[in-house]
Ligand binder design. Structure first.
Ligand code: PMV
Length: 300
């Protein structure tokens, strides 16, 4: 049996695909995978204790991971997660990481985190095409992570950050149009059509992530919130926010959040609000718009 955690991207989604820095943190909500080899059985069978999984997809991921680990026997995996599925909280990466650990255990391989994350990334490719690798990185290491993708294919920069203050947030989720892959492709097309605009946005996105890193370490909540708002504005400019997400962000600000932004690929999906001491009020404000919201502490 092995576990992994979920994630939320605090700064730099989409820009991370182009080698700019991003910051993400783990969220409470464990994913557990139990694995066993079954003699005489062919292929991989996944069952789930928790609801909402796409079993067919998880089986495909598990096949990739088993292959990477050199497992040829039949496998049975059982997944159980406290994370909402498909809500931008990294449930697929958490499965890849927990399954990699569980499979390594049953063949007696003692994998370090770097290897776990590298193998789990292969599973993530099935979900996202060419993911930056930030999801599997946070699901593996937990905590708060500064991440820069190596565009030359070498090792990515992964640095653990320590937040000066706990990050009490609310995550709100609405239905999403398009997959991560499609949303990333849409950004690429708009970038190609408008290179000057994107060059300016990229400069700002980089500066913003660097400022956020300092503010997070210092526990400067006001500054973190302001930077989240600026990051959201950039995500609006690259065309991945939606009216629903903007409305949720506005409602959270009105209820006392210090800053809000969409998190993850956008097109709907999830938004986060930094709201120390105001989690209940912010949660209610989002629920009033008829979308589910949960209070989380990020990066612990
Ligand atoms: O779809 P999510 O929530 O896992 O977020 C994807 C984040 C992107 O930066 C848009 C893509 C990536 O691979 O990093």
């Amino acid at each position: 049996m092995a576990t992994a955690c979920g994630k939320t991207i605090l700064f730099g989604e989409h820009f991370v695909v182009y080698g700019l820095p991003a910051i993400a943190g783990s969220v409470s909500g464990k994913t557990t995978v139990k694995a066993r080899m079954t003699a005489g059985m062919q292929g991989v069978k996944v069952t789930a204790k928790s609801k909402g999984h796409n079993i067919e997809f998880l089986e495909k991921v598990a096949v990739v991971l088993a292959k990477k680990l050199g497992i040829v026997e039949g496998l049975e995996l059982e997944v159980d997660t406290e994370l909402p599925i498909g809500a931008g909280m990294g449930s697929s990466a958490a499965f890849s990481v927990a399954a990699t650990r569980a499979l390594a255990k049953i063949i007696g391989r003692n994998l370090g985190n770097d290897d776990v994350s590298r193998i789990a990334y292969e599973g993530e490719k099935l979900a996202h095409g060419t993911p930056s690798g930030i999801d599997n990185t946070v699901a593996t290491y937990g905590g708060l992570v500064w991440f820069v993708k190596n565009l030359e294919g070498g090792a990515n920069t992964v640095e653990r950050l320590t937040a000066g203050k706990p990050l009490d947030m609310v995550i709100g989720t609405c239905p999403r149009k398009g997959t991560t892959k499609e949303l990333v492709e849409g950004v690429r097309a708009r970038k190609e059509a408008n290179p000057e605009k994107f060059a300016r946005i990229f400069v700002e996105a980089k500066e913003l992530a660097e400022e956020a890193r300092v503010a997070l370490k210092a526990g400067d909540e006001g500054k973190i919130g302001a930077l989240m708002n600026r990051n959201h504005a950039l995500l609006q400019e690259i065309g991945v926010s939606t009216k629903k997400l903007d409305r949720m962000c506005a409602a959270a600000m009105k209820a006392g959040a210090l800053g809000t932004k969409l998190t993850g690929a956008g097109g709907g999906g999830s938004m986060i609000a930094l709201c120390p001491g105001k989690q209940e009020a912010v949660k209610k404000a989002i629920e009033k718009l008829c979308w589910p919201a949960i209070a989380v502490r990020v990066g612990e």
